[in-house]
Design a protein around this ligand. Structure first.
Ligand code: SAM
Length: 296
């Protein structure tokens, strides 16, 4: 069955839950039980809940002052600013989006980037996640913001979304591709986009040049139950599915300050050192990839 983009059953009751592999069930279980302060406390600042990292320099004055709640709050607010800046940067590459356009957020988390996309372009957004908890949370946010008729979250697998062929003008993935097979993902996105449709991705990937998966990258995989791909795999899979890159930007140096600040924050999780090691030793990159679909 091909669902329409706003299939009411999927919005409210998740009556048609996706069929998931054992691996996908373990990923869903991770995100269903995730209540990490690094995500929750930052989102509570302005109701934009992100599950991605930040870019840009931080204001070093947030580290001044005596240890205590005021300093903690200043650090958390600064981290949130950098995470929102990351999503803003992603949106900068969407191209000419119209209010009538229909966008897809592949692996939508608690919805932060979807709300920002709707706010900037006035467009319709459908987010898909395999976490029921996240989809419910994000739909509640949409109702609270008064945009539930335009921004909807679905319990669906981004490898098999059920949305109509050619129904999307832009699709993005913000730190989600390390959970999926890239061939299956780009086959589905190629189905969903019309000719000239745009795909924008921010992801961490390991460096083919330094040879294989470093210890630090393996630690990140283990922490998040993910499978970080090599850089080469993105460009091979995109080319195989008729996606032509137009921008590739290495954001690694832009994200290191975020990790340095996070390591000193009250919401550090312990994964900060592997990220910093991997980025500094060059075994891992933080990439923005923009590609157009030319397959029809
Ligand atoms: C690191 S979070 C990123 C969330 C969001 N993109 C953001 O920037 O805040 C990873 C997300 O990918 C989702 N995900 C993982 N595998 C998926 C799949 N096969 N289909 C849909 N979502 C998936 C998870 O449920 C989670 O929402």
């Amino acid at each position: 069955m091909t669902a329409t983009s706003h299939d009411a059953a999927t919005v409210t009751g998740f009556t048609d839950p996706p069929v998931l592999s054992a691996y996908q069930r373990s990923v869903a279980s991770y995100w269903n039980s995730e209540r990490d302060p690094v995500n929750i406390r930052l989102g509570e600042i302005d109701g934009l809940f992100h599950h991605h990292y930040g870019v840009g320099d931080y204001d070093p004055s947030v580290l001044d002052g005596p240890a205590g709640p005021a300093r903690d709050e200043a650090i958390i607010a600064e981290m949130h600013r950098l995470e929102t800046a990351q999503a803003d940067l992603l949106l900068d590459y969407f191209g000419d989006v119209r209010a009538g356009d229909c966008l897809l957020d592949g692996g939508s988390g608690r919805g932060g980037t979807s709300f920002m996309a709707h706010h900037r372009f006035g467009c319709q957004v459908d987010g898909v996640t395999i976490s029921e908890t996240q989809a419910e949370f994000a739909n509640a946010q949409a109702r609270q913001r008064g945009v539930a008729d335009r921004v909807r979250f679905h319990l669906r697998n981004m490898l098999d979304t059920g949305f109509g062929a050619g129904s999307r003008q832009v699709i993005w993935t913000n730190e989600t591709t390390m959970y999926v097979d890239l061939d299956q993902l780009y086959a589905e996105f190629a189905r969903l986009l019309g000719n000239g449709g745009r795909y924008v991705c921010i992801t961490g990937c390991y460096n083919d040049v330094t040879g294989g998966r470093s210890k630090a990258v393996s630690q990140i995989d283990q922490h998040y139950t993910c499978n970080i791909h090599p850089r080469s795999e993105y460009f091979r899979a995109l080319a195989d599915h008729a996606f032509v890159p137009i921008n590739v930007i290495d954001l690694t140096s832009l994200t290191i300050p975020y990790w340095e600040l996070r390591a000193q924050s009250p919401v550090a999780t312990g994964i900060e050192e592997p990220f910093l090691t991997a980025y500094r030793e060059g075994s891992f990159h933080y990439l923005l990839i923009v590609a157009d679909y030319v397959g029809r």
